[in-house]
Design a binder for this molecule. Structure first.
Ligand SMILES: NC(=O)c1ccc[n+]([C@@H]2O[C@H](COP(=O)([O-])OP(=O)(O)OC[C@H]3O[C@@H](n4cnc5c(N)ncnc54)[C@H](OP(=O)(O)O)[C@@H]3O)[C@@H](O)[C@H]2O)c1
Length: 255
């Protein structure tokens, strides 16, 4: 299957946000191995360089995607200057937040939605003329909890539900342009996400143990197991798939 994608993605230009770690790094590598030109985006230049060092097909740009329209334009411009085209936007950068209602505050809600909802929207907006030109694709990275309730992290779940609804609405809005829009919803996957949420190591370990106990296949996922499906959703061969949310979570959503 990987070899078939390689042919079709060769020479295509792909943006992967959050490419300095976890699922984004694995996705950048998977696209590069399939022959695509990849621009990996994130805030930490050193983390991005570590990703780029793993494949010559990966270029990187250190940028904060929460920098509004200007940041989104700069990212898209960087791709066009390099490769003259933009075929695939992977809106992967995102964050989780443990925030029970009793501890909820306006700034944290606003920050979470700025990253998980507004930034992907502005990137898609900036990419749109180029996606139209090449009949490209958008892959938004949601979560099992984009369509399952998550007590204690309701706003994270709500931000991913918003991303899934954007996916379905954009799929219809852009279908006439030949642009496909899908979402990939991972379950608990090894990455920097829990540490990035500012949780202490002991709490992270407890969450991981609880997740393993709930996942029918009995383990957390590896980023590569998620990345392979991101590539398949973006693959031009997936010609008739749009507006879908593909859950890759060891069966967690069924519980
Ligand atoms: N791992 C899981 O269990 C899981 C489950 C379901 C869904 N997801 C989703 O999968 C996606 C990837 O997460 P991950 O698990 O791979 O976590 P991760 O390792 O924390 O990756 C998130 C990436 O986003 C980047 N990022 C964060 N804020 C940014 C900003 N303002 N501008 C640019 N880049 C930014 C981070 O790099 P910098 O800090 O350098 O900017 C980081 O590389 C997220 O959308 C997450 O919600 C993850």
């Amino acid at each position: 299957m990987a070899d078939q994608s390689a042919g079709r993605l060769r020479g295509r230009a792909v943006v992967v946000t959050g490419a300095g770690s976890g699922i984004g790094r694995a996705a950048a590598l998977a696209f590069a191995r399939a022959g695509a030109h990849v621009l990996g985006v994130g805030r930490r230049a050193s983390a991005l360089e570590d990703t780029a060092a793993q494949h010559p097909g990966i270029a990187v740009l250190a940028a904060d995607i929460c920098g509004g329209e200007q940041a989104a334009r700069a990212i898209v411009d960087a791709v066009i200057e390099r490769w003259g085209r933009l075929d695939v936007l992977v809106n992967n950068a995102g964050a989780t937040a443990v925030m029970p209602l009793a501890d909820t505050d306006a700034q944290r809600i606003s920050d979470l939605f700025a990253l998980n909802v507004t930034a992907p929207s502005l990137l898609a907006h900036a990419a749109l003329p180029h996606l139209r030109a090449g009949h490209g694709a958008i892959v938004n990275i949601s979560s099992t909890y984009g369509h399952r309730p998550l007590p204690g992290a309701a706003h994270y779940a709500a931000s991913k539900a918003a991303l899934e609804q954007l996916t379905r609405s954009w799929a219809l809005e852009l279908a006439a342009d030949g642009i496909r829009v899908n979402a990939l919803a991972p379950g608990p996957t090894e990455s920097e996400a829990l540490a990035a949420a500012g949780l202490p190591g002991s709490v992270v370990e407890q969450i991981k143990q609880d997740e393993v106990a709930r996942i029918p296949l009995g383990r957390r996922g590896d980023p590569e197991e998620v990345a392979t499906w991101i590539v398949h959703l973006a693959d031009p061969a997936a010609t008739w798939i749009t507006g879908q949310v593909l859950t890759v979570d060891g069966g967690l959503e069924l519980t």
